[in-house]
Design a protein around this ligand. Structure first.
Ligand code: ZN
Length: 469
């Protein structure tokens, strides 16, 4: 009985100590924690140039520092600063019907009936005036139909401005809680106040207009040229002659609305950023030959601005490099994992597809809407791994609940398959792994070891001295 007990204790001891001694390479709790942090209100939707974005950059920089990565940014920092044109929302946004004495007759609801429009030569300002029609000289134009961020939009705005128009109301059926700060990166001296209005209120507005009422329009859009930073950490390889591997993800998002509603961007792209940080942690002790650049890109939402800057100003030579970018990983809706690339890099993306597909079901697509594109255009082999589900992104509903961290493991497995192919093995060491080894397991194991030892000693003592009773 006692021998049995001792063996039993030893088995438990071995189970616990083996669990403690073997590295658990990938930790979904770390991923979840990072997404939770970056999508919290403190970071204000991480719009490039906003203080929430700067705080997110700081968080990533500190993380890279805690891992002991080498600074890959400017002046021995992790920050790589660049200029970017961003539409900021500063102040409130209003649309009111007013009578001759200036009294409000009707006030429309922000986010439901109308919203600011950032596209084209949009500027901050207040306008009081009448709607332009065939029989009056109004200063507010209603344009029914499409709008978008393109050169035509700018030239149209400037023509309207010259003709005496001060504000434009664009009618649309779009969901006002979808938000994109995408900008053509153009500056302009003189712009126009722009709102979009729901088609549901168009007839009412026209009716008020025909009865002689005026309108008060206020837009909070301030398009400004500011600085934003990529955050770059480097893990040096033993063979400096080999081209580096780049792992990347954009950490910026679209900010907040004029009524303070924050767009958390959990799937887009706190998820990819969290995976990037976890890869850095796991790879840190891999003793690999190739240098690995961990690049957290900024300004993706304005048009891949950070990754473009990085491509043109790499911290080290990236000729011959290969890049895996993570964007929107772990969607709760079962969007399949896609490899996005450009046709110009078809050879690399097909090779990658062959490496990954036996491990993870995936599809190969050509698309230029993520950070692989500037790298591909510069002749670098780059792909984005993505669970392409756009149902909640760029809305206030892209919260942690929109992410299934278990599915991020799938993307990790895909990246790992490629890295193994390149002789880079993800090994995490228990000594620099704060989160992985359960302290309880050690304590429990120690207790079991001591008690097993005492029992074994007592047993042996009894066996050797059977008369000692
Ligand atoms: Zn996005």
């Amino acid at each position: 009985m006692k021998i049995k007990k001792t063996i039993y204790f030893i088995i438990i001891f071995l189970i616990f100590t083996s669990a403690a001694a073997y590295p658990q390479d990938f930790n979904t709790e770390n991923i979840k924690n990072t997404i939770k942090i970056l999508s919290s209100d403190k970071y204000r939707g991480r719009l490039a140039g906003d203080k929430g974005n700067a705080l997110a950059a700081e968080y990533i920089s500190s993380y890279f520092k805690s891992l002991g990565l080498k600074e890959g940014g400017d002046n021995n920092t992790f920050y790589q600063k660049f200029e970017i044109i961003v539409p900021f929302i500063t102040g409130d946004c209003r649309l009111k019907v007013i009578d001759k004495s200036g009294k409000t007759v009707k006030e429309y609801e922000y986010g439901k009936d109308f919203k600011e429009l950032i596209y084209g030569a949009s500027v901050k300002g207040e306008v009081v005036g009448k709607i332009k029609s065939d029989n009056n000289e109004g200063t507010i134009e209603i344009i029914e139909g499409g709008f978008g961020e393109n050169s035509l939009e700018y030239s149209q705005d400037l023509i309207l401005k010259k003709s005496g128009i001060k504000a434009v109301l664009y009618t649309t059926n779009m969901n006002f809680r979808f938000r994109s700060p995408y900008k053509l990166q153009k500056t302009y001296d003189d712009g126009i106040v722009k709102l979009m209005i729901s088609k549901n209120i168009l007839n009412e507005i026209l009716k008020y207009s025909s009865l002689g009422y005026s309108f008060y329009i206020k837009s909070p859009v301030e398009v400004k040229k500011v600085y934003a930073s990529n955050v770059i950490g480097i893990l040096e390889g033993s063979d400096k002659n080999l081209p580096p591997v780049i792992l990347s993800a954009h950490f910026d998002h679209v900010g907040f609305d004029a009524d303070g509603k924050i767009y958390p961007g959990a799937l887009d792209n706190a998820s990819g950023t969290a995976l990037l940080l976890e890869c850095a942690r796991v790879l840190k002790s891999s003793n690999q030959k190739r240098t690995i650049i961990f690049a957290a890109f900024n300004g993706e939402e304005e048009g891949l601005i950070g990754s473009k800057y990085f491509t043109e100003n790499p911290p080290i030579d990236i000729k011959g490099a290969e890049c895996i970018n993570f964007d929107m990983v772990g969607s709760i809706d079962k969007a399949p994992l896609s490899i996005l690339s450009l046709e110009s890099r078809a050879e690399f993306s097909s090779q990658l597809f062959k490496i990954i597909s036996p491990k993870v079901s995936t599809k190969l697509m050509y698309d230029d809407n993520s950070d692989h594109a500037p790298l591909c255009r510069a002749g670098i082999d780059a792909v984005t791994l993505i669970h392409d589900n756009i149902t909640k992104i760029h809305t206030p509903n892209d919260t942690l609940e929109n992410v299934d961290v278990k599915r991020i493991k799938e993307v990790y497995t895909a990246a790992e398959a490629f890295l193994k192919y390149r002789d880079i093995v993800m090994v995490s060491s228990q000594f620099n792994n704060k989160h992985h080894i359960p302290v309880e397991a050690f304590i429990f194991s120690a207790i079991i070891l001591i008690s097993a030892g005492i029992r074994a000693a007592l047993y042996l003592k009894k066996k050797c001295h059977p008369v000692d009773k």
